[in-house]
Design a protein around this ligand. Structure first.
Ligand code: ZN
Length: 228
């Protein structure tokens, strides 16, 4: 977010903080748990089959990538802490270690140093947000003709996604395929990030647009719908 300090980012990662949420279509400020804790709990509940954040919202199970990212972040925080306090015995959670690191680092750093770490931890914040709130995915279908819009790059309206595959015992392979709409639009349901964190992409050829380029694409779609 604009005007953030390193401490703002560290706060959102490590302590309960105010958050602008969209509830029943209205924007409200709520208190939200620290992001690192939310990520840890989402991973834990997905491992135990509990009703975690991710599964209840989207049906997307927590991936091994989330676990790897958590481990990497925990390691980075620990390394940072030991760099400023080599003799310190680390606390149990990365949240505590990050806060301790910030206090020691802030006392000795300049603006440039703060900026480097602000950007680095803001990138982690965005990564965790992305894991916690998977984007809404819309299939782009012309409501008038009920046919999918065609990709401006490859011209396809559909593609086949191979979900699974294995040897068929006769020297070949079997494939579990699913027919999908080629063009999809993704956006964040919480309204945070706006166009910058939205995207339109083609599952067939990989063409995609993000950010304000989406406006131009949306215009082309409307024209195509009118013409059809
Ligand atoms: Zn395409």
């Amino acid at each position: 977010m604009h005007g953030d300090t390193l401490l703002d980012v560290v706060d959102r990662l490590t302590i309960e903080h105010p958050y602008r949420a969209v509830i029943d279509g209205r924007t409200r400020w709520v208190r939200r748990d620290p992001l690192i804790r939310q990520l840890r709990e989402a991973i834990a509940s997905s491992l135990t089959g509990g009703n975690g954040l991710a599964s209840s919202q989207s049906g997307v199970p927590f991936d091994t990538d989330a676990m790897e990212q958590y481990d990497i972040l925990e390691r980075i925080i620990l390394d940072n802490l030991l760099a400023v306090a080599p003799d310190r015995v680390p606390a149990l959670t990365p949240e505590e270690n990050l806060r301790t690191w910030y206090t020691l680092f802030h006392a000795a750093s300049d603006d440039e140093g703060e900026k480097i770490y602000r950007l680095a931890f803001a990138a982690w914040e965005a990564k965790i947000e992305a894991k916690l709130t998977p984007p809404v995915v819309l299939e782009l279908i012309d409501m008038k003709t009920r046919r999918p819009f065609e990709c401006p790059e490859c011209g396809m309206g559909w593609f086949e996604k191979i979900l699974n595959s294995g040897p068929n015992g006769r020297g070949g392979r079997w494939y579990d395929r699913e027919k999908r709409v080629a063009l999809t639009a993704m956006y964040r349901p919480d309204g945070n990030g706006g166009l910058e964190r939205s995207a339109v992409e083609c599952g067939c050829c990989g063409w995609h647009v993000t950010g304000t380029d989406i406006r131009g694409f949306a215009w082309d779609l409307e024209e195509a719908a009118v013409a059809s």
